[in-house]
Design a binder for this molecule. Structure first.
Ligand code: PLP
Length: 463
């Protein structure tokens, strides 16, 4: 006699587990001053949690308790209003809840054939993103697992376009021109594609002149291997936007692919107060934007946008015989797998779609403007304090500043102390200028619920 598997029994335990988990989720997304998180070693965690995977199972209640009381607390609450380190996140409640719907719906987001409704909704959100860039008619994009995957998808597309342009490029190892301010994923993804990177030596804004200068220094056999320039639309460290108009002109003259990595800064395309800083982005061949950074989506959600999506399709489309079963024209539509590196994919743009549909784009604009405003407010407060000074004017929502007299070690101690007190997560960074590297303090504002009093309290902790 066949035994029924217990995997999906609907019994009292399952009902209870369902309610417990929903309660946990509701508590998590409504907490206004959540636990910040406490870093623990693997050994400490094992001592507290023990072995959880057993033949009999430990039961949903015990496993959830271990998660709730121990494991979740050993993860940093990135959306905490006093988490201003790295690039934080602050997913909207609507987006988080709809992420649960995405999980519950089990949608295969690779092909229109199976995911039409989900992909349709993702594409409406994408249409808004594309409209922010000012790219010409025909430009379109796709949601990826993050900025790294978006940058890789764009680099592969650029490299394939370069190789298909000229027979001799097919055997050449390609090269990418970018700046010191570019994100580490550019170098990492160049490695994945076996391309080399040439750096313009500046962490400040990369200009057309600097590119021309670098170009003039290069021998012609190197020039012939360069297929793309990667400009940054909001550096991760300092929120600096390269001279996109100038880079665009340089790329046009030299016939190079123009990629803008706006993984962090891209959300600010919606902010009228800074939109002009991105002028020139409308000339890009491809753009990376991370909705899981400044567009209030839960992890993970990136996006890559192409001026000519057909070039991405040529680079990425996978052709499988088992897909050629449907002649119904309604099954032919936008296949997200054709435009980026991943096949089976979560419809990870859906939480953004639902939240945008619910709130409208104006609410998004205001929430992004608030991050920029918080950076300006923090800068003023820093200037008013005797023992603090700005390193530079804020870039987008990033503020770099010094505690006069502090060594690298003192910045570290201050960071640890604030985490230990469950008070704030603010980390120092390295800043390069005039050939000198120094440790400085850094804020990055994303969460619109961070208050002025949060900023005051953090600055007080540096007295
Ligand atoms: C964060 C970031 C990335 C990497 O994005 P992930 O989503 O972490 O993969 C790439 N570029 C820039 C400019 C970033 O800020």
């Amino acid at each position: 006699m066949a035994t029924r598997t217990a995997l999906n029994n609907i019994d009292l335990d399952t009902v209870e587990m369902t309610l417990d988990i929903m309660k946990y989720v509701i508590n998590r997304i409504t907490a206004t001053d959540p636990f910040l998180g406490e870093i623990q070693s693997e050994e400490e965690l094992f001592n507290l949690v023990g072995e959880t995977i057993t033949e009999e199972g430990i039961g949903g209640e015990i496993a959830l308790d271990k998660w709730k009381n121990i494991l979740s607390k050993a993860c940093t609450t990135i959306d905490h209003p006093r988490h201003l380190a790295f690039v934080p996140a602050a997913p909207s409640r609507a987006a988080v809840l709809f992420d649960l719907v995405v999980s519950a719906s089990c949608i295969h987001g690779a092909y229109w054939l199976e995911g039409a409704g989900g992909i349709f909704a993702e594409n409406q959100a994408m249409k808004w993103l594309v409209s922010l860039t000012g790219l010409p008619e025909g430009a379109f994009g796709v949601f990826t697992s993050g900025g790294t995957a978006a940058n890789l998808s764009a680099i592969v597309t650029a490299r394939e376009a370069w190789r298909s342009n000229k027979l001799e490029n097919q055997t050449k190892k390609g090269m990418i021109l970018t700046s010191v301010g570019a994100h580490s994923s550019i170098k990492a993804m160049a490695k994945v594609t076996d391309a080399e990177v040439i750096l313009v030596e500046t962490e400040e804004q990369m200009t057309q002149q600097e590119l021309e200068q670098k170009w003039a220094e290069l021998p012609s056999e190197i020039k012939e291997r360069i297929f793309a320039v990667v400009a940054t639309g909001g550096t991760t460290n300092a929120g600096i936007i390269d001279d996109l108009k100038g880079v665009a002109k340089f790329c046009q003259e030299k016939k190079l692919w123009f990629h803008v990595d706006a993984a962090y800064g891209g959300g600010a395309l919606a902010a009228d107060s800074v939109r002009h800083l991105f002028n020139g982005i409308e000339e890009a061949d491809s753009i990376t934007i991370d909705p899981h950074k400044w567009l209030f989506s839960p992890y993970d959600c990136g996006a890559v946008i192409y001026k000519k999506p057909e070039l991405a399709r040529e680079a990425h489309a996978q052709h499988a015989s088992y897909l050629k079963i449907f002649d119904d024209p309604r099954a032919q539509g936008f296949n997200p797998s054709d435009y980026q590196i991943q096949l089976t994919r979560r419809v990870r743009g859906l939480p953004l779609w639902y939240s945008l549909a619910m709130h409208g784009t104006q609410v998004y604009k205001n929430a992004i403007e608030r991050g920029i405003e918080l950076a300006q407010i923090a800068a003023k407060k820093i200037e008013q304090r005797e023992n603090l000074e700005l390193v530079r004017e804020p870039g987008l929502s990033c503020v770099l500043f010094r505690r006069k007299g502090w060594s690298a070690e003192e910045y570290k101690l201050w960071t640890y102390e604030n985490i230990r007190k469950n008070f704030a997560f603010v980390t120092p960074t390295q800043w390069q200028s005039n050939g000198k590297t120094e440790s400085v303090a850094r804020f990055c504002f994303i969460n619109p619920d961070t208050t002025e009093s949060d900023i005051d309290k953090i600055l007080d902790s540096m007295e």
